[in-house]
Design a protein. Structure first.
Length: 200
């Protein structure tokens, strides 16, 4: 069944396992385009340009801002992050649905751009104790940094009320399939289905 393509924003507090869930989701549906954010920050060891981020100079990023080449952008700790407009628009024109991994500010910007063609999903940890354990298991965090990360995660949880759907990540495979169920249901919304024999 053909449908009008749309944008799916997935947000989550740090340590919720969003990247792992989205990587699993990639294996389940080949009609999803995964938007890659651009950044002016330096590439870290192990990162791949075009897969993890699109790495550009600060000057190029600022030129993109001036020329309206970004769907949304923000400056975080002195570095720019944003979503290039062209790859998203190209994928939509090919009939693909778009997955974006964004924070609440990015989601708000896209709501202005896409309005009814945006679906928002908030990924939640089973509870804060599990989230704390996940952050600890990442390692390389001293007690003070861990406290700060937990406090930030707790404050980020308040954003959940701005989202249409909540998915609890108690199991990566189940969480990815729950997200896919939401996407499939949204594809069948009356306003999105393209059915040539029914006209308004």
């Amino acid at each position: 069944m053909k449908h009008k393509p749309f944008v799916i924003v997935v947000s989550a507090p740090s340590g919720t396992g969003k990247t792992t869930v989205l990587n699993y989701l990639k294996t389940l549906d080949n009609n999803l385009f995964y938007s890659v954010s651009a950044t002016s920050r330096a590439k870290r060891p192990g990162e791949v340009d075009g897969r993890d981020y699109i790495f550009v100079s600060r000057q190029k990023f600022e030129r993109w801002i001036e020329q309206g080449e970004l769907l949304e952008w923000a400056e975080v700790y002195g570095e720019y992050y944003g979503t290039p407009r062209k790859p998203v628009r190209d994928a939509l024109s090919r009939g693909m649905d778009i997955i974006m991994d964004l924070d609440v500010q990015g989601k708000r910007s896209l709501e202005r751009e896409f309005k009814d063609d945006l679906v928002s999903i908030f990924l939640l940890p089973p509870d804060l104790a599990v989230l704390k354990q996940r952050l600890i298991s990442r390692g390389a965090e001293d007690e003070e940094k861990l406290k700060l990360r937990l406090a930030l995660a707790e404050s980020e949880l308040r954003w959940a009320y701005e989202y249409e759907y909540w998915v609890i990540n108690d199991d990566v495979e189940k969480a990815a399939n729950r997200i896919l169920s939401i996407i499939n249901a949204e594809r069948m919304r009356q306003k999105r289905v393209i059915y040539k024999d029914l006209k308004k």
